[in-house]
Design a protein around this ligand. Structure first.
Ligand code: H2B
Length: 96
């Protein structure tokens, strides 16, 4: 069973990530990733997609050219959970 993350603990964990912010009016986190071009952006998405599939945790994302806007939430808890933090961390690590 996954627990919903909120309040001070959520803020603390967010600070351990790079550039993720809370979404207004929704229990979710957001980050814009920018790459040198479409090829690099889509390569990153492909690597993340395979990891996300293994984690059984899927991002909401939109790609335009070299940019990927990512929103993470855990639908199973109707909010945020440690799964989102884990996937966000993987995204940060693989993008740098
Ligand atoms: N992805 C995301 N982002 N949140 C979830 O709660 C979620 C998921 N749940 N992928 C998984 C799949 C669930 O529906 C299956 C049954 O494990």
């Amino acid at each position: 069973m996954v627990e919903q993350l909120r309040g001070a603990l959520l803020d603390e964990l967010l600070q351990t990530l790079d550039g993720w912010t809370k979404v207004e009016g929704r229990d979710a986190i957001y980050k814009r990733f920018e790459f040198t071009d479409f090829n690099v952006a889509f390569g990153w998405m492909t690597r993340i997609a395979m990891i996300a599939e293994k984690m059984d945790h899927h991002p909401e994302w939109l790609n335009v050219y070299n940019r990927v806007d990512v929103t993470l939430a855990t639908h199973d808890v109707g909010g945020l959970s440690e799964r989102d933090i884990k996937l966000a961390r993987v995204m940060d690590q693989i993008s740098s």
